[in-house]
Design a protein around this ligand. Structure first.
Ligand SMILES: *[C@@H]1O[C@H](CO)[C@@H](O)[C@H](O)[C@H]1NC(C)=O
Ligand SMILES: *[C@@H]1O[C@H](CO)[C@@H](O)[C@H](O)[C@H]1NC(C)=O
Ligand SMILES: *[C@@H]1O[C@H](CO)[C@@H](O)[C@H](O)[C@H]1NC(C)=O
Ligand SMILES: *[C@@H]1O[C@H](CO)[C@@H](O)[C@H](O)[C@H]1NC(C)=O
Ligand SMILES: *[C@@H]1O[C@H](CO)[C@@H](O)[C@H](O)[C@H]1NC(C)=O
Ligand SMILES: *[C@@H]1O[C@H](CO)[C@@H](O)[C@H](O)[C@H]1NC(C)=O
Ligand SMILES: *[C@@H]1O[C@H](CO)[C@@H](O)[C@H](O)[C@H]1NC(C)=O
Ligand SMILES: *[C@@H]1O[C@H](CO)[C@@H](O)[C@H](O)[C@H]1NC(C)=O
Ligand SMILES: *[C@@H]1O[C@H](CO)[C@@H](O)[C@H](O)[C@H]1NC(C)=O
Ligand SMILES: *[C@@H]1O[C@H](CO)[C@@H](O)[C@H](O)[C@H]1NC(C)=O
Ligand SMILES: *[C@@H]1O[C@H](CO)[C@@H](O)[C@H](O)[C@H]1NC(C)=O
Ligand SMILES: CC(=O)N[C@H]1CO[C@H](CO)[C@@H](O)[C@@H]1O
Length: 668
């Protein structure tokens, strides 16, 4: 990987020179007073590190450690892990008070929320079990999802005012993120479950959520760059090489660099916290005490010798305890903290040490967002100059044969495990890719597993869908349709519970892509093979309330004003403009949350909830004509922001930037 640094550094300067007029963003490193001041500000940040940099190497590299006395094994996916089950015994009761407070504020008239919840709280299948899913879509998804989480978080200023929904997050059991959504979830949890407001506002000397410089330049604090772009890439390159040179046989892949670069913006620690592991979340106090939801990150498996990620590809989840898949193919989970250990046939090979530190937090976020695969497949339709394209064409065949290129999980923990069904059982490497490449861009997968018994999922869709009906970087429901289709394949769905979803044209014609819609309101309306009751899906699409938050997935940098506008638009999406568009919307969210519980306890549905269900539930009717082009107008007064980047220009820059990073990888 020697050439990587050189290529990236030249790619970066090329990008800067050609497209960024402001040369100050690539200040060379020198001992100027400005740089020294910035370093002084950055220093206290190291002391204030909050999550757990517990990699045994103290840095990015995994390290060999003695295995625990009970050697780690792969667990069959037939049930929840004992660790998750034990954690739920703390978390579920901890959601009771916030849920009572939230439901009461949501003002369901004629319904005594406190009395109801107190009555059902002793039975976990009757106590509402809430999930939130934040879709992929790059920074657009991270920021739009952040707007929703800000609105749902009772720590956000004014979020518990009338018309607002603050406190939902505190009542939630599971919080899932995919790709850009995993940046949001991962960033919150590696930073002591900080609120969106705190992350957005940052702190002196910190590069957290500072998106003004793209990850191809490196961070900037207080208006000056602490590391020059060259030093930034050298830092990343040096860290990644510690993994390759650890003497433990790890290969590194482009996702190692990608994850390291993203971490400078997502993990509030020096150099993006190279020693922070995803499994360390399980050791933080607020998680252990049940004060946070359970974080989940979704990625897909790429089968050996293939490039295509299809609906029947195996889907994986990362959680603080385990990594694995519920699918009938792999159907197993490995302890997240022992990823990187040499498993064979479900246990660590006798006589060998265990590995810790492989589950580096940025690497996990990078894996979920590793969409290089799709770039390679779509290379011919991008704006990449032909000289670069010919390089790609030359190496494409190599990519087809060589499986070491994307996010490499090696050794494959599922080697020799479930040989009959596991598509990677005979492979020493497990290749993971962006969780959205199977089109299931909303991470519903972990939330529709019957073992988890989730009652309601708030599905935040920030997709840029152009399948079937082009909706100009706004969602069109394709992600829900994909998950629905998967649920119809009796083999692959393996008992998961998911409600009926209409086709994309109906979705757009009925405006389900422009306002919240509930799917699966009738718990009795089951699909074949469904095991248990499907959750009610509260679908909340990215929509322009005050700002055109449909920036392209690869827009690489954002001014603070644009970043904040997308978050605020997401806040208004979550609350329908704090109730401006529908005064009863917060009540309707509460009704959706209670719906399955009412069903299970045979409780009469309050009148206002019936009104809500009439207004927001899909009634099963279809409208499959081709819809007109979708150019939504603002639902509230637009806020004007100076110098918002032209989306078209960004798209071109992004194609080039990603092209450069891939080139760099190829040269390495
Ligand atoms: C993490 O946040 C909690 C509040 O939620 C706070 O009490 C605690 O001190 C924080 N931990 C660290 C290490 O900052
Ligand atoms: C609660 O709902 C009732 C009836 O639906 C309404 O009259 C009242 O204004 C609402 N209260 C608040 C604080 O929104
Ligand atoms: C909170 O509400 C108060 C009173 O309505 C308002 O003055 C203040 O600007 C709001 N703060 C935020 C952060 O929205
Ligand atoms: C269902 O999934 C299985 C397993 O991946 C696959 O072999 C089969 O072709 C799929 N069936 C349909 C109808 O897509
Ligand atoms: C996935 O399903 C398709 C049919 O929908 C089938 O052609 C293909 O072989 C399946 N792939 C795998 C890996 O099962
Ligand atoms: C891209 O175009 C070239 C030349 O037209 C062709 O040889 C190549 O197979 C195409 N690549 C893909 C992935 O479609
Ligand atoms: C599964 O495959 C591995 C690797 O080829 C082999 O060593 C092992 O014996 C197989 N296990 C079973 C139960 O067939
Ligand atoms: C809703 O409230 C939030 C937080 O107080 C605020 O930022 C936002 O601008 C409000 N939206 C509207 C439409 O009033
Ligand atoms: C808990 O609730 C479920 C669903 O309503 C019910 O089937 C079960 O019997 C209840 N358990 C107890 C101990 O009451
Ligand atoms: C009920 O289920 C049937 C069959 O799965 C489906 O066609 C119909 O659209 C569903 N209705 C609703 C309202 O979800
Ligand atoms: C964003 O939406 C607006 C309004 O619908 C549209 O004019 C614009 O082209 C869209 N931008 C992108 C990048 O698709
Ligand atoms: C409910 C269901 O069909 N579960 C199956 C999921 O896949 C595993 C492994 O193939 C089966 O053992 C389960 O019965």
């Amino acid at each position: 990987m020697k050439g990587f640094f050189a290529a990236l550094a030249s790619a970066a300067s090329l990008t800067s020179c050609s497209f960024y007029v402001d040369a100050s963003v690539i200040l060379p490193r020198d001992a100027s007073p400005k740089v020294l001041a910035a370093e002084a500000l950055a220093a206290p940040m190291i002391l204030a590190d909050r999550a757990l940099p517990n990699s045994p190497s103290g840095g990015y590299a995994p390290a060999a450690v003695d295995c625990p006395s009970t050697r780690p094994t792969i667990r069959a996916a037939g049930s929840l892990s004992p660790s998750e089950a034990a954690w739920l015994q703390t978390r579920r009761p901890a959601t009771v008070d916030p849920m009572i407070s939230w439901l009461t504020r949501m003002n369901i008239s004629g319904f005594d929320a406190a009395a109801y919840i107190n009555r059902v709280k002793g039975n976990t299948s009757q106590l509402p079990n809430i999930g939130i899913a934040a879709s992929g879509g790059g920074y657009r998804a991270m920021l739009n999802g952040a707007g929703f989480l800000a609105a749902a978080d009772d720590r956000t200023r004014n979020s518990t005012n009338s018309g607002q929904i603050g406190g939902l997050l505190q009542a939630t059991t599971y919080l899932a993120g995919l790709s850009g959504g995993s940046w949001l979830v991962g960033s919150m949890f590696t930073n002591n479950f900080s609120s969106v407001e705190t992350l957005r506002d940052g702190s002196r000397g910190s590069s957290i959520w500072k998106l003004g410089n793209s990850i191809f330049e490196g961070p900037d604090t207080q208006g000056i760059q602490v590391l020059s772009t060259a030093d930034y890439f050298r830092t990343i390159s040096d860290e990644v090489s510690t993994k390759a040179n650890a003497g433990l046989g790890f290969n590194t892949s482009i996702t190692d660099y990608w994850g390291r670069a993203l971490s400078f913006q997502l993990v509030n620690a020096s150099n993006g916290g190279p020693a922070y592991t995803f499994s360390s979340i399980a050791e933080t106090d607020n998680f252990k005490n049940g004060q946070t939801p359970f974080p989940l990150v979704v990625a897909d498996e790429r089968s050996p010798n293939t490039m295509i990620i299809s609906l029947n590809s195996t889907v994986y989840e990362f959680n603080p305890f385990e990594f694995g898949s519920w699918d009938p193919t792999t159907y197993g989970f490995v302890p997240t903290q022992y990823l990187g250990s040499n498993f064979s046939g479900g246990s660590v090979v006798q006589g060998q040490q265990c590995i810790r530190g492989f589950d580096q937090a940025g690497y996990v976020m990078g894996t979920s967002s590793s969409l290089f695969n799709s770039f390679l497949l779509n290379i011919n339709s991008t704006a990449i100059p032909s000289f670069l394209r010919s390089i790609f064409t030359d190496v494409l065949s190599e990519f087809g044969e060589d499986n070491n290129d994307i996010a490499q999980y090696q050794p494959n923990p599922f080697f020799g495990y479930n040989n009959a069904t596991n598509r990677n059982a005979q492979n020493k490497e497990l290749t993971m890719v962006d969780g959205g490449l199977d089109l299931q861009n909303i991470p519903l997968y972990p939330l529709i597993q019957p073992e988890r018994g989730v009652d309601v999922v708030f599905a935040i869709d920030s997709s840029a869908d152009n399948e079937d009906v082009d909706t100009h970087t706004w969602p069109n429901g394709a992600s829900l349709v994909a998950t629905y289709r998967r649920s119809l394949n009796a083999t692959i769905q393996n008992g998961t519970a998911f409600p009926s979803i209409p086709d994309i044209k109906t979705f757009v014609n009925k405006g389900f892509n422009q306002r919240p819609t509930f799917f699966g309101c009738d718990a009795n309306n089951k699909t074949d093979g469904q095991n248990g009751i499907a959750p009610l899906i509260v679908y909340i699409p990215n929509t322009p309330y005050i700002f055109n938050s449909n920036v392209t997935t690869f827009t690489p940098s954002y001014t603070d004003a644009v970043r904040n506008a997308i978050i605020e638009n997401g806040y208004d999406m979550a609350t329908m403009g704090n109730g401006t568009l529908d005064r009863e919307w917060p009540t309707c969210m509460a009704c959706a949350t209670l719906s399955r519980s009412f069903f299970k306890t045979n409780t009469q549905v309050p009148e206002v909830c019936n009104t809500c269900f009439q207004r927001y539930c899909w009634d099963g009717s279809l409208d499959t004509k081709t819809p007109p082009p979708y150019y939504p107008t603002f639902k509230l007064a637009e806020i004007k922001i100076r110098s918002a980047a032209s989306p078209q220009m960004s798209a071109k820059i992004s194609d080039l930037v990603v092209a450069f990073i891939v080139t760099a990888f190829i040269l390495a």
